[in-house]
Design a protein around this ligand. Structure first.
Ligand code: ADP
Length: 430
């Protein structure tokens, strides 16, 4: 068969899927009654929610964690008990199959069959300059996202495994992609340009893009609402601290700067990523280790960060805290380096916005780790920021953790990227 015939067949298959999905939704009811499965494949975790678009409530929420390490599925139906399933999850595809099995399980499932899922909203990390808004995913979109894989080698391939698994298991159900890079598009050139020859931006679009945009958007909006700030006169710093971590400076609801760059490697020290460092180290290590550039990039992406700093103890802060408590000095240092770098970024964003009204902690680590929050905020005593030690014990819920007389309000606000993605999904299909 000639190449262009194959191409037409592929397009037709995709169109057919879209039409099946459209008519299914038409017969199933209006878009307000849609059930949207949101999948957020992180580098070591996969969060999911099945969301009822009418009530915006999650029918079930869950988390596959420690993917590639060992594997644990936490599944909680809205009106039931949390179920924990310990089972090997060597990769994201295995994780997604476990999620779908849990959703239709006779005992703790929330739907009878997979066809009750009207659409799947996927977090997609890097859209380069090709995507400035959310899209309905088809083969062409997949190919375009694949072209961006070199820019986010830990994330885009994991995201696409999620898309392909859903296409294979739920043919006809539309998949929507919501990009991490979109919210940061308000950054001006003063923040997004590197100190490189200008032509590299013009020819190759080498610039800072920023990531975790869906989370920074959701949390900064919620901070303005929760703390009753003036949306047109507010300065908020959002610290999204997880396995991958980033900070944003959001002035009057718009990003003026964020710590990740052309790829999610820049900025903070992360689970396995090095964050900011002298670029000369790449050449120096390649030379001394006799390794290729590609090998060095693998080291910087997968063997560095707190994992590398701790001498390989773990990329998970729970393991690092446990090791520190047992006297492991490298694990202790890894956590301290993380906190110190984060504090330096907060300081620089206070300068970038010429002030700050609120500092918000979010994501797995930001929401749950009191030690790290405490270490970071120690650096801001000079500004009159004071932490309420009791309130700082909070885990995973919205709470102000600064004292009432603190000059700047500090709060924990759980991120809800899933709800933000479900809203985009419904809006695109409506
Ligand atoms: P990802 O970037 O993979 O989405 P997460 O946002 O899930 O990562 O963050 C992972 C980090 O958050 C880990 O280092 C882990 O220690 C920490 N974390 C997540 N959940 C909890 C929890 N319930 N208690 C303590 N720490 C947690």
């Amino acid at each position: 068969m000639e190449k262009n015939h194959i191409f037409i067949l592929v397009i037709c298959r995709q169109q057919a899927y879209n039409y099946i999905g459209y008519f299914y939704r038409l017969f199933a009811g209006r878009r307000e009654r849609m059930k949207v499965l949101v999948i957020n494949c992180g580098s070591s975790s996969l969060k999911y929610q099945l969301i009822d678009a009418e009530t915006e409530q999650a029918l079930a929420v869950g988390l596959c964690e420690r993917i590639g390490i060992d594997g644990r599925l936490n599944h909680t139906p809205a009106d039931g008990e949390k179920v924990v399933i310990n089972k090997d999850m060597p990769d994201h595809e295995v994780a997604i199959r476990m999620v779908l099995d849990a959703l239709v399980n006779d005992t703790y499932g929330v739907i009878k069959e997979l066809k009750e899922i009207d659409a799947v909203g996927h977090r997609l990390v890097h859209g380069g300059e090709k995507f400035s808004s959310s899209v309905i995913i088809d083969d062409e979109v997949i190919a375009a996202v694949e072209e961006c894989n070199p820019l986010a080698p830990l994330h885009n391939p994991a995201n696409l495994i999620g898309v392909r698994a859903c296409e294979a298991i739920m043919p006809g159900v539309p998949n929507i992609g919501v990009f991490d890079t979109a919210f940061h598009q308000t950054m001006g050139p003063v923040a997004y340009m590197y100190g490189l020859p200008h032509e590299y931006y013009e020819k190759y679009k080498v610039r800072r893009y920023g990531f975790h945009g869906t989370s920074h958007s959701f949390v900064s909006k919620r901070a303005i609402e929760m703390l009753k700030l003036d949306p047109d006169n507010s300065k908020v710093i959002v610290c999204h601290l997880g396995n991958g971590s980033s900070i944003s400076a959001v002035k009057n609801g718009k990003v003026v700067d964020t710590s990740m760059g052309m790829t999610p490697m820049e900025g903070l020290v992360m689970g396995t990523r090095c964050g900011d460092m002298d670029p000369t180290i790449v050449e120096y290590l390649a030379h001394n280790l006799g390794k290729s550039l590609e090998d060095i990039m693998v080291i910087l992406n997968k063997e560095s960060g707190v994992y590398g700093l701790s001498g390989g103890v773990s990329s998970d802060f729970r393991d690092l805290d446990a090791a520190s408590n047992e006297g492991n000095e490298k694990a202790k240092l890894a956590v301290e380096v993380f906190s110190y770098r984060t504090a330096k970024y907060i300081g620089s964003y206070i300068a970038a916005m010429n002030g700050v009204d609120a500092i918000i902690f979010t994501a797995g680590l930001g929401e749950n780790n009191a030690v790290v929050r405490g270490q970071i905020l120690e650096h801001f005593g000079y500004m009159g920021i004071t932490l309420d030690q009791e309130a700082n014990k909070v885990r995973g819920e919205e709470k102000i953790i600064s004292t009432p007389d603190s000059k700047v309000t500090v709060a924990v606000i759980p991120t809800n990227e899933e709800l933000a993605i479900a809203r985009e999904t419904v809006a695109l299909l409506g």
